[in-house]
Design a protein around this ligand. Structure first.
Ligand code: 16G
Ligand code: ZN
Length: 529
């Protein structure tokens, strides 16, 4: 084993002078630096699968909304969730082992630590997004998997959520909680069947234009929409996924959310709904321009609020005792949190940034809606919730429909991770059922004006936080200064945190008025510098 591991590893030498870290989104950086990392992720996936009795582990090669020259890799655990946090440091240790001998030491250390029986089978599936560097990184990954004798299956080009879906399907096949057929056709079929069930009484197709960020979500959503032509009229723009140099360029969910502006390639018709995916289609934001050409963004907070409102109503009509809650991060607009708590009377939890934190917190509700403001999120239906809905005895047609609709939403909404395609269908289903225009959705509440700034500092690691990143612990004294500043503004709020993906510190601020928020963010940036 060690011999062949060494031989394979020599083909994927680790560059010197780089320290790798498995962060909130796995490893992510310039693609040219990732060959050895991806190879070693293959080793870890083999260990993880053997440790979990041969369950299938997923690996996704993507750098999401980052520029074309970047890439990344992350692991997916058996139920389609992110890699368990305690294993992230093992990924980091393997990636950083200097020599082949060091690598074997770390690898064998893990074998011993977890008493892993290397004669057992290991199973891995993987996919990549549309980046140019994808195929070469896949080749490195395959070498890693061969080096540790893992069985593997290459799913080709998929969106990140499709890969998560496949992993869960493979690990639940043949059980009573089977998640679906582990193929692309199975994925499309699950979503389209649920959509048709939910909209069985709707006859008008909903029309929407999607900016696919020139990524892999474009061809996938176009393919799915063919199945739904009676209910959905989709136009895809920025759909040059075969020109990887255009990926995320002046378009996509991150561009629209960060700049609060239209992507290139979109000439908006007044009051018509648009959406943008990110490069691997696990994020979505919506928007429209009104008759006065004012731009309205419908971000993750608006999606969460819409979903919570609608599902809350369905629970009441279903007359099943289920609790519903919403999970957000500090970036959630204060107006959304207020609305969910005060108008919808629902609990809101706040967690640190990063999907794994929100996902974990959402599991404590029967139905947990979680979204980051940037458009990454989903709605989780707990096993108890599904069982209760299936067991409920409906005594009226209204109740029967509500129960069936809730169950169909649990099929429509990706239960493993935020999914732009599935979230798109969820939103359009709700808007269709409520017969709402995009303006009606936008006016549920009005966002407080907000700003996000980036500050380059000498060492971002000195910025540590507590209270779900809403308060700085260190550098000492800084939080007090920020609090004093915030008090000067109406409805002011501001927080500072170190980025998990970039060498920078982020400053968020919101206030009652645009003039105030521009002032506040500038002042907090000065405090941080
Ligand atoms: C990662 C996270 C994303 C989060 C972002 C924050 C996942 C899969 N992705 O991309 O959810 O919003 O980091 O970035 O968890 P930041 O730490 O640089 O602000
Ligand atoms: Zn993404």
């Amino acid at each position: 084993m060690s011999n062949s591991l060494t031989e394979y590893s020599l083909k994927h030498a680790r560059p010197s002078n780089i320290v790798y870290g498995y962060g909130t989104a796995g490893f992510r950086m310039k693609a040219t630096l990732l060959d050895s990392v991806v190879f070693r992720v293959g080793l870890l996936a083999g260990l993880r699968s053997r440790f979990l009795d041969g369950k299938t582990i997923g690996i996704m090669i993507t750098a999401s909304h980052n520029p074309p020259e970047d890439n990344g890799v992350k692991l997916v655990d058996p139920m389609g969730e992110m890699l368990e946090a305690s294993w992230e440091s093992h990924a980091t240790s393997l990636a950083n082992a200097e020599t082949e001998a060091d690598l074997i030491l770390v690898y064998e250390g893990l074998v011993a630590k977890f008493s892993i029986d290397l004669s057992r089978p290991a199973r891995v599936v993987f996919a990549k997004d549309s980046r140019e560097s994808g195929p070469a990184l896949v080749a490195a990954l395959v070498d890693g998997l061969k080096a540790v004798n893992a069985e593997f299956h290459d799913c080709g080009m998929l969106t990140t959520p499709q890969l998560h879906y496949n992993v869960r399907c493979l690990n639940t096949q043949g059980t009573e909680r089977s998640y679906g057929v582990p193929t692309e056709a199975g994925y499309f079929n699950k979503l389209t069947s649920a959509y048709k069930t939910i909209l069985s009484s709707v006859t008008q197709p909903y029309s929407i234009t999607i900016d696919a960020a020139n990524g892999i979500g474009g061809p996938k959503v176009a393919e799915l929409a063919k199945e739904l032509s009676n209910l959905l009229a989709v136009t895809v723009v920025n759909n040059n996924y075969d020109k990887p140099e255009l990926l995320n360029h002046a378009c996509g969910a991150d561009y629209v959310k960060t700049g609060q502006k239209l992507p290139s390639g979109v000439t908006p018709e007044p009051s018509k709904l648009y959406a943008s995916f990110d490069g691997d289609a696990d994020r979505i934001v919506f928007y429209f321009q009104d008759e006065t050409t004012k731009f309205h963004l419908l971000d993750g907070d608006k999606i969460a609020t819409l979903a919570a409102m609608y599902l809350g109503d369905l629970i009441k009509q279903a007359e099943v005792d289920l609790n519903l809650g919403v999970v957000q991060t500090a970036y959630a607009n204060g107006s959304s949190t207020d609305y969910i708590q005060k108008n919808l009377n629902l609990p809101v939890l706040c967690t640190p940034t990063g999907v794994k934190h929100l996902h974990h917190a959402a599991l404590q509700f029967d139905i947990g809606v979680y979204f980051e403001a940037n458009g990454h999120g989903t709605v989780l239906f707990g096993e108890n919730c599904i069982d209760a809905l299936k067991a409920a005895d409906a005594t009226s047609p209204g109740q029967l429909t509500a129960i069936a609709t809730l169950l169909a939403f649990s099929e429509l909404i990706n239960q493993t991770v935020g999914d732009a395609i599935s979230d798109l269908l969820m939103v359009l289903a709700i808007l269709s059922l409520k017969n709402w225009t995009c303006a009606e959705w936008a006016h549920i509440y009005t966002d407080l004006p907000n700003r996000l700034a980036k500050v380059i500092v000498n060492d971002r690691r000195i910025f540590t936080t507590t209270d779900a990143e809403r308060k700085l612990v260190t550098p000492e004294g800084l939080q007090g200064k920020i609090d004093e500043m915030v008090m000067k503004y109406s409805n002011g709020r501001s927080f500072v945190r170190a980025s998990g993906t970039e060498d920078a510190v982020r400053v968020y601020a919101e206030c009652g008025t645009v003039g105030e928020v521009d002032d506040l963010v500038k002042n907090v940036v000065e405090i941080v510098k």
